[in-house]
Design a protein around this ligand. Structure first.
Ligand SMILES: [Zn+2]
Length: 286
């Protein structure tokens, strides 16, 4: 009995607290929400920033997170509503006490979209828009060095306190990545913008504690929108097949807000887990 009690107390004391904070729950429009952005918290420290859409930086400040504790910035794709605040973070870092290298990991590019390395070069390279801060791409940085890295499809990346698995997902012509972040026994999947055309997410998300879905279109969306985004029924199928207990519907937009009751009804036909609609600064424990 004593041994059991000791075991229970140790599990409670030593359990890692893992949370996801929604920094941006909106899309690219004017809607009183920041655009796509999430923060991974481990034991009270912000460890990974996923996407940096417009307004992300302000919500990061409101969340009391510190740039010094971040181990990586992950970017799903190079649309404005997912990456435009990135330079704000780097500039804010100049005024922080951060000195260690910050990896920035995202998709590779093509004729239509820059790769992650190219995007950082467009911002901070010799001919970049913010070339006055070009030292951040070098070890001579006045503050800290950023290390951009491109990912083509599946990779397993190891950080100090968590791992990240990547998966290429279909988002029209846009190179786009989903991420699965694992901390001990806990894991969260962030879908990115995608229509899941290749049906990779069902396997990728298998058994995850949480699935963050980008719910950018209603069920009744037209064919063009469906080449870019998942319908509610598609999201429900993914979390059902992947046996995920909770799904967070993020990337909310005016075209989906008025359909959210319908979205729930549709999803509940096949999915019995918890469905939560994202709000800026909402924190979800895994
Ligand atoms: Zn988007």
């Amino acid at each position: 009995m004593k041994a059991l009690l000791f075991l229970l107390i140790s599990v409670v004391i030593f359990a890692i607290e893992v949370e996801i904070e929604i920094l941006g729950s909106g899309g690219p429009e004017v809607d009183n929400r920041a655009s796509s952005s999430y923060l991974l918290w481990i034991d009270g420290e912000a460890k990974a920033l996923i996407d940096a859409g417009s307004g992300s930086m302000l919500q990061f400040e409101r969340s009391s997170a510190k740039l010094e504790t971040l181990e990586v910035i992950l970017l799903t794709h190079m649309h404005i509503d997912h990456v435009v605040d990135l330079p704000s973070y780097i500039k804010a870092g100049y005024f922080s006490s951060r000195r260690n290298i910050l990896p920035i990991i995202g998709p590779d590019g093509d004729d239509n979209f820059p790769s992650t390395i190219e995007y950082c070069s467009i911002l901070f390279g010799e001919k970049g828009a913010y070339r006055y801060m070009k030292d951040v791409l070098t070890s001579q940085s006045d503050s800290f060095e950023i290390h951009p890295q491109d990912v083509n499809n599946t990779q397993h990346l190891v950080f100090n306190s968590f791992t990240v698995d990547t998966l290429k997902v279909h988002h029209g012509i846009v190179p786009s990545l989903a991420f699965r972040i694992t901390v001990g026994e806990k894991s969260v999947v962030i879908s990115s913008d995608t229509n899941n055309e290749n049906h990779g997410l069902e396997i990728f998300a298998k058994g995850a504690n949480l699935f963050i879905a980008h719910h950018a279109i209603p069920e009744s969306a037209g064919e063009v929108a469906k080449t870019l985004h998942m319908t509610p029924s598609e999201i429900a199928q993914i979390v059902k097949k992947a046996d995920v207990k909770k799904v967070v519907m993020s990337h909310r937009m005016k075209r989906t807000l008025e359909h959210e009751n319908e979205t729930i009804t549709i999803m509940k036909k096949s999915y019995s887990g918890q469905i939560v609609f994202a709000e800026d600064l909402m924190r979800i424990r895994l």
